[in-house]
Design a protein around this ligand. Structure first.
Ligand code: AMP
Length: 210
């Protein structure tokens, strides 16, 4: 079984949803830089406030901030811990830094076309407390605007609004897509078509991991 996994794919491709299901079933730790940064921003820490300036525009937070943040998290993991990296690395520089600490044995790339991504993100609703995500049509919460898992009020992330989504996709293409080739060169890339229902995609994800 693969135990050090990077989830690649554009915003809205399902990294969070699939990563969460996988970490739950396999007992792996899921490290989402997006969730960490949003929490830091909510708490108003210096890192959070700085990161927010970039996140609100749909831009990437500078590499040195992200690399420092992740270095500590990774160092605190036990030797044999299974880890799912969600939203990190997003640049070749981040991938090089990660590679110095961890041997990645699977880079799982979720492939979804742009029109579907825009639909997913603009209709996504997120839980600020437990980070669960919903879609107004495909995966709605049982009670409108309330998280099934923890009862908190759901919100529409500022960066999931259409103008910012378009920018995030452009940034993805320029900075993060080169990682597909990067991991292909290392022989660890697997690409999965990330369309269909959540369970169908999950079955493919699991097959790649086991
Ligand atoms: P996500 O929740 O993964 O879509 O991330 C939301 C936002 O957080 C991104 O649009 C970036 O502004 C920032 N972010 C998350 N992860 C990274 C990363 N690895 N490098 C740079 N910025 C990041």
């Amino acid at each position: 079984m693969k135990t050090k996994i990077v989830l690649l794919g554009p915003p809205g491709s399902g990294k969070g949803t699939q990563g969460e299901m996988l970490s739950h079933e396999l007992g792996f730790v899921r490290l989402s830089t997006g969730d960490m940064l949003r929490e830091a921003a909510r708490k108003g820490t210096p890192l959070g406030l700085k990161a927010k300036e970039y996140m609100d525009k749909g831009a990437l937070v500078p590499d040195d901030l992200i690399i420092n943040l992740m270095k500590e998290k990774i160092a605190s993991l036990g030797e044999g811990t299974g880890v799912i990296f969600d939203g990190f690395p997003r640049t070749v520089e981040q991938a090089n830094a990660l590679g110095k600490q961890v041997n990645i044995d699977l880079a799982l790339n979720l492939d979804v076309e742009d029109s579907e991504l825009v639909n997913r993100l603009t209709k996504r609703r997120s839980c600020p407390k437990c980070n669960a995500v919903y879609h107004l049509e495909y995966n709605p919460p049982m009670k409108k605007d309330v998280c099934d898992k923890c009862g908190s009020e759901l919100y529409h992330r500022d960066d999931d609004k259409e103008e910012t989504v378009i920018n995030r996709l452009t940034v993805y293409r320029k900075n993060t897509m080169p990682l597909i080739e990067y991991y292909e060169g290392k022989g660890t890339l697997r690409t999965i078509l990330g369309v269909g229902n959540i369970d169908e995609i999950y079955a493919k994800v699991k097959k790649a991991v086991l």
